[in-house]
Design a binder for this molecule. Structure first.
Ligand code: ASP
Length: 338
């Protein structure tokens, strides 16, 4: 009898012990899930360039046009990401829309070279595969960001320039236009002003970019621009240079920059931010502020950037009068210029 009761105790003890184990497993599963839930389902940022944004210097209604364009670009990315689409698609599709806006300095509405031409640069990078594509100095590709994506997806190369890029783009089905497609009177007048009053600097605001984190944890970044007003024929800025104006790494962050390209190239701004995150104990915001407000500013480089890290933190610092920019997550949306 005594033996039976001690066996009963043992069985009861075992049952309770098992129940305890199961419940503590559930708890740790819960906290694991909680960690995953803490990263937003998606984060999407867009910029429309940094520069001088004094209200007196903007044509009437322009600020609203900027805000509306960024809002629309955010919605394009938001729809793709909400439906389980990729960070890469969100970036490309939003930038196509921005390139088609005549008041932004990318695609139609790009600034002019000193010779009165539009030479366009763009790049895109996939943080999951570390693949990238870029085009530079192109004059006939309607949407350079799509050509950059095709260089990444359909060629063994990363960066194609000039007529080689244009021929490749035509061969893979990109829309080709006459160079006059990119003409806008406003940008041409800006060139005339700069050339009459040299060396008064003209504002180039309007470069466009996007960065995204999708629900699978993949990061992507893209940037597209006409460069800088009165630039020398053949000059290529930071926007199509991987590591300068654009970078994405699933183990670090996704970055798109805007500003005085020569400085972004020399300071490898986009890669520098990613490297700081990976190799230093710092936050995305601290690292980005250090680059934009100290390193670049002290060197005389004006501009800003948008960035998202692998945990969904984001930042949008600039050291200029303003930067057209916006963010959307499943819970939050904000669009600003100043
Ligand atoms: N970064 C671009 C360039 O230097 C211009 C800009 O972002 O405003 O080509």
């Amino acid at each position: 009898m005594k033996k039976l009761s001690s066996r009963c105790h043992f069985v009861l003890f075992s049952v309770f012990f098992c129940l305890f184990l199961v419940s503590s497993c559930k708890d740790s599963e819960r906290s694991f899930n909680k960690e995953r839930v803490e990263r937003p389902e998606f984060v999407f940022l867009v910029h429309g360039g940094a520069g001088v944004f004094h209200p007196d210097q903007l044509p009437e209604g322009r600020e609203q046009e900027y805000l509306d364009a960024v809002n629309e670009a955010l919605s394009i990315g938001e729809e793709i990401l909400t439906n389980g689409g990729s960070a890469l698609d969100a970036v490309e599709k939003a930038i196509i829309f921005l390139e088609d806006q005549p008041f932004l300095n990318a695609g139609k509405g790009a600034v002019f070279t000193a010779e009165g031409k539009n030479e366009l640069d763009a790049s895109i990078m996939d943080g999951q595969t570390m693949n990238a594509g870029a085009v530079g100095g192109v004059t006939t590709i309607k949407n350079p960001i799509t050509a950059a994506r095709k260089v990444m997806d359909q060629s063994p190369h990363v960066f194609l320039v000039g007529s080689g890029a244009e021929q490749f783009a035509a061969s893979v089905g990109c829309e080709i236009v006459d160079p006059s497609h990119f003409f806008t009177q406003e940008r041409f007048d800006a060139l005339m002003r700069v050339q009459e009053a040299n060396p008064i600097p003209e504002d180039n605001r309007g470069t466009v970019g996007a960065v995204a984190l999708d629900r699978y944890g993949n990061l992507a970044a893209g940037t597209s621009t006409g460069g800088m007003t009165n630039k020398r024929f053949g000059r290529v800025g930071d926007s199509p240079i991987i590591g300068a104006g654009t970078y994405a790494d699933n183990n670090g962050c996704a970055v798109s920059g805007t500003g005085h390209g020569e400085f972004f190239i020399r300071y490898a701004v986009a890669y520098d931010l990613n490297a700081k995150l990976k190799y230093q104990v710092t936050s995305l915001e601290t690292a980005a502020n250090e680059i934009i407000h100290h390193k670049l500013k002290e060197a005389g480089g004006s501009g800003g950037l948008i960035a998202i890290d692998k945990d969904g933190n984001y930042t949008m610092p600039f050291n200029t009068g303003g930067m057209i920019r916006g963010v959307v997550t499943p819970k939050y949306r904000k669009v600003e210029v100043y």
